[in-house]
Design a protein around this ligand. Sequence first.
Ligand SMILES: C[S@@+](CC[C@H](N)C(=O)[O-])C[C@H]1O[C@@H](n2cnc3c(N)ncnc32)[C@H](O)[C@@H]1O
Length: 243
Amino acid sequence: MGLSQDNILRKLFRIVNYSLELLLVRLYNKSFLGSNDIAAQFHSLYYSSPERTWNNTRWMGYRTMRCPLDLWVYQEILYEIKPDVVIETGTNEGGGAHFLASIMDVIGKGRVIGVDIEEVDNRADHKRITYVKGSSISNDIVKKVSKMIESDHVVLVILDSDHNMPHVLEEMKIYSKFVTKGSYMIVEDSNVNGHPIMPNWGPGPFEAIQRFLEESNSFEVDKNREKFYLSFNPDGYLKKRTD
Ligand SMILES: C[S@@+](CC[C@H](N)C(=O)[O-])C[C@H]1O[C@@H](n2cnc3c(N)ncnc32)[C@H](O)[C@@H]1O
């Protein structure tokens, strides 16, 4: 009984949260159309119509809240790096994880470890995906994840959970250690807080990236990964230095 009440409350919270978000992005898009920057204008237009764009993007039937141009870049990175393991925080329905697993099927190697604080109904099922439930920054979860990785594994990390700066920064500090030299730590949704969308979001992934780079020189931003002009992850493709 308690559990189902909890589920109903979570669903209600999601609906209210989503409606507010939709209202905000629409208002913002209206005020943005004066800009001369075509890429930023398109970014704003794309983001402010979630019901036809980012909230309605599917891979093999499973929703993934990602920009298809970023998914294409993921495919290119996976082919180049051929990771043994991808750690994805914030797996949600598993659409993004399923996309990665499908590419791994074609490449012939790789597993996805998906971490999420919630266990979403009808999550994508794939033999290459292992789901882990809990907060990405909790000690228990980090221990669980590290036990699933061998010392000779090539590891890539994608951070797509809580998009507030303190959480992202903490995740970056924790999960950067798992990333193999020459591989990537991808920080999703650094476009919020005015980069260029949702200027009132507050410090988020973009600010966490800048702070992380001030404190550590083991990664560099790979701007080439933003070649398609629209990326949800400005400065978010971080390559681990090989020297
Ligand atoms: C933007 S969605 C992720 C979208 C998903 N990667 C995709 O491809 O569709 C964010 C997810 O992060 C999860 N989340 C929020 N805080 C978290 C935390 N502390 N640890 C792990 N997951 C968290 C939420 O439950 C939600 O499912």
